[in-house]
Design a protein around this ligand. Structure first.
Ligand SMILES: [Zn+2]
Length: 198
């Protein structure tokens, strides 16, 4: 199962992929003179990174990869996102899908990852079905969760994180470049409007 770093990268990738869908998205960008944070999509991109890693907060409790690793948890995230978007005056469908997909990316990566701790996989259909699902593809390495500051587990995690960066890093970098291109005209429009208001 991937580390929080891999999961957060996947959340960012989801946010930037959603930005490529045409529609009400000019608010997701900033002109080239803006900060990196603004240009990356600001708080909502950060929220998506957090949502990508959030399901593993269940490690603080006894039942790992059950309630937080199911499609019903994703629905809860979607509902909260929809209410928040409506409150903030943002496009509801866009924000809802973006947040739910960022959360869902965690489930996908876990499903694709290696898991040496039985029961292997995640309870995708919790609470309706307590079956454990895993692809068996072992695309992402197993991370160590115990004694992580000792040599063996630390090496395991460094290797796992490097592999996650090797897989997800190029995807995130490519998405950044495509997104900059796709949103460039919109950012100019936003800045033009700002100037005309001044
Ligand atoms: Zn997980």
């Amino acid at each position: 199962m991937p580390s929080p770093i891999g999961h957060a990268l996947a959340g960012i990738a989801v946010a930037w992929t959603a930005d490529l869908v045409p529609g009400d998205r000019a608010w997701r960008t900033a002109p080239a003179s803006g900060t990196w944070y603004q240009r990356a999509g600001g708080g909502l991109t950060l929220v998506c990174a957090g949502l990508g890693a959030a399901p593993d907060l269940d490690l603080a409790f006894t039942a790992h990869r059950t309630a937080t690793h199911g499609l019903s948890a994703m629905m809860v995230v979607a509902a909260v996102a929809a209410v928040s978007a409506a409150g903030a005056g943002r496009p509801i469908a866009r924000v809802t899908v973006m947040c739910a997909a960022a959360y869902g990316s965690h489930l996908l990566l876990d499903w694709l990852g290696a898991d040496f701790y039985p029961p292997r996989g995640l309870q995708l259909l919790w609470p309706f079905n307590h079956e454990w699902y895993i692809s068996g593809l072992d695309l992402f390495r197993q991370t160590a969760r115990l004694r992580i500051f000792t040599r063996g587990p630390m090496l395991t995690n460094v290797r796992a994180i490097l592999q996650e960066l090797a897989i997800l890093g190029p995807i995130v970098a490519a998405l950044w470049l495509v997104r900059v291109k796709a949103l460039a005209g919109l950012a100019a429009k936003v800045s033009g409007r700002d100037h005309s208001l001044q």
